[in-house]
Write a protein that binds this ligand. Structure first.
Ligand SMILES: *[C@@H]1O[C@H](CO)[C@@H](O)[C@H](O)[C@H]1NC(C)=O
Ligand SMILES: *[C@@H]1O[C@H](CO)[C@@H](O)[C@H](O)[C@H]1NC(C)=O
Ligand SMILES: *[C@@H]1O[C@H](CO)[C@@H](O)[C@H](O)[C@H]1NC(C)=O
Length: 407
């Protein structure tokens, strides 16, 4: 299904995005430029866009020109019957559209990886944060990319804290001669203050051998879920090791501060071994979506938004002179995509994200384009081009822009 859209998209954008000359070209990155008020240029663009839509619709119907309905002999009763058929078709279209959305939702899982910030959250001073040899606090700022669907929200499916055990030689151990230590992981429930006990929740306590290097992975799903609902209560995680100085047994800062600590040979990048939070999220539908209405995430031409966005464009069949042969609907919102694609903005998929990152690193490579990510069909009740013209219900495929994204 999606595939078909994508194939269509190419010609659709070619014919509809008359404004897309700025897109993907160089020198169109005047991000700060205010969008001008409706000028004659915008008016021309709008007219051209409407004309392009007309051409696409005629092409789909297979008509060379709009049918001439003067010779039509359709009775009022027939017209009524066809209107009922049309309404059924509209309903079916929206149902199939919804099932596609559901299908997409089921697969919308994403991995995120966050490094420890190396310092405390803003509410906590560094002195209050650092607390002895046997305790290390880790703070992860959860910077999820923006979700672009107002009716979906992000849910944490799973979260793991990964810590790397450094290599330590038995002769360097202070107390645990057998190499076994107990590690305890806590979720901090309030900002730590020196000299005061901090409210915290035990996540897990485990015994592990520090004589073997490797990753310790701790399930911190519940903590991350709570940070997701109340980000202001994210005070970090505390790791406690009673037996040995934590800095000796774990890799915390990504750099070797201690000569006893050796990295495995396979990696040259010390950051690779720094603590990380790996989060698997899922986008879920949060409410019933109203069909094809304006959405707050849509933009208006003069609202100052210059980044990729969906804009409404109402096609009034009477206004474009098609009122006589298209009986229903009166018109429809076709929407169009416009705007720039700054780094990581509204990436349609992983490939687009790579393209965006590549452009960020090397401006010679093309920037992503703001184009329709998903299109939906439109049913119309129209007279056909037979003689005399007959009323038919026609599903026009991939006409309405549901979503814009950078790709
Ligand atoms: C439509 O058909 C009628 C009668 O056949 C004709 O008189 C009229 O000029 C036609 N209109 C157009 C726009 O072609
Ligand atoms: C469409 O345009 C006609 C003629 O300008 C107008 O009478 C009608 O109200 C418009 N319909 C809508 C839904 O905007
Ligand atoms: C498209 O967006 C650019 C800025 O990104 C703006 O200058 C232009 O007016 C917009 N065009 C339309 C038709 O919305």
């Amino acid at each position: 299904m999606l595939c078909r859209w994508w194939i269509f998209l190419t010609c659709f954008s070619a014919s509809l995005s008359v404004a897309a000359t700025e897109c993907c070209g160089k020198g169109a990155q005047n991000k700060r430029a205010r969008a001008p008020r409706a000028t004659s240029r915008d008016q021309n663009l709008r007219d051209a866009r409407l004309l392009a839509i007309q051409k696409v619709i005629l092409k789909q119907l297979g008509y060379r020109r709009p049918p001439n309905v003067t010779r039509s002999q359709v009775t009022e009763a027939e017209k009524k019957k066809m209107l009922r058929l049309y309404e059924m078709s509209v309903e079916e279209t929206s149902e199939s559209r919804e099932s596609v959305e559901q299908e997409e939702l089921a697969t919308a899982k994403t991995f995120h990886s966050f490094p420890a910030t190396g310092g405390p959250p803003v509410q906590v001073s560094t002195e209050d944060w650092e607390d002895g040899l046997h305790k290390v606090r880790l703070y992860f700022q959860l910077d999820f990319p923006q979700t672009h669907h107002r009716h979906r929200h992000r849910r944490v499916a799973n979260a793991k804290l990964k810590l790397y055990k450094s290599e330590i030689f038995p002769e360097n151990l202070l107390r645990s001669t057998d190499g076994l230590v107990t590690l305890s992981f806590y979720q901090l429930l309030e900002p730590p203050r020196t000299g005061k006990t901090t409210l915290k929740r035990l996540i897990e306590s485990r015994t592990t051998s520090v004589l073997q290097t490797g990753w310790e992975k701790v399930d911190v799903t519940a903590a991350v879920q709570s940070w997701m609902t109340s980000p202001e209560k994210n005070y970090g995680i505390e790791v406690v090791c009673e037996h040995e100085p934590l800095d000796d047994v774990m890799t915390f800062y990504g750099t070797d501060r201690d000569s006893d600590v050796r990295r495995p040979a396979e990696t040259d990048d010390p950051d690779v071994l720094a603590p990380r939070l790996i989060v698997l999220t899922q986008e879920v539908k949060s409410s019933q979506r109203e069909k094809r209405s304006y959405e707050p995430e849509d933009c208006q031409v003069d609202d100052g938004e210059t980044r990729c966005c969906r804009y409404p464009l109402y096609v009034n069949f009477t206004e474009i002179g098609w009122g006589d042969w298209i009986v229903a609907p009166e018109g429809f919102n076709v929407f169009y995509c416009n705007g720039t694609c700054p780094y990581r903005y509204k990436s349609a998929n992983e490939h687009s994200l790579i393209k965006s990152t590549l452009h960020h690193l090397n401006p010679d490579s093309p920037q992503p384009c703001c184009v329709a990510k998903r299109l939906s069909p439109l049913s119309v009740l129209n007279y056909d081009d037979s003689d005399p013209p007959q009323l038919i219900v026609t599903p026009l495929n991939n006409i309405v822009v549901d979503q814009c994204a950078c790709t």
